[in-house]
Design a protein around this ligand. Structure first.
Ligand SMILES: [Mg+2]
Length: 108
């Protein structure tokens, strides 16, 4: 299934809202942008832990795999899209501009 970044962003937001609409009543409070950011940082930490394991800088009690890295990167991307959508940011447009900026800055 091919999907563009904007569709992915909207899909993440839709699932995020659906999940949290259900869980908010159980928790008695809703997710705020602050909680979204802490979750995003938590996922970034999980990416770091897997990379440390893959590179041999972590005790091998549970060997890390590329599949684990793929999962953690996906978790990080999911929360990035959710946060972008919360603020009405079209991350596809911004991302393409960022790639273009890198090209202009480092490749001439
Ligand atoms: Mg994770």
């Amino acid at each position: 299934m091919a999907i563009n970044l904007l569709d992915a962003q909207r899909l993440c937001w839709k699932t995020f809202r659906k999940i949290n609409n259900k869980l908010d009543s159980v928790r008695g409070k809703s997710w705020t942008p602050f909680v979204m950011v802490t979750d995003l940082l938590e996922e970034a930490g999980e990416v770091a832990a897997v990379v440390k394991g893959l590179e041999g800088f972590k005790p091998p009690e549970k060997p890390k795999t590329k599949e684990m890295l793929a999962t953690e990167l996906s978790d990080l991307l999911y929360m990035t899209f959710v946060l972008a959508e919360h603020y009405g940011i079209n991350l596809e447009e911004t991302f393409l501009q960022t790639v273009n900026d890198y090209m202009l800055r480092f490749v001439r």
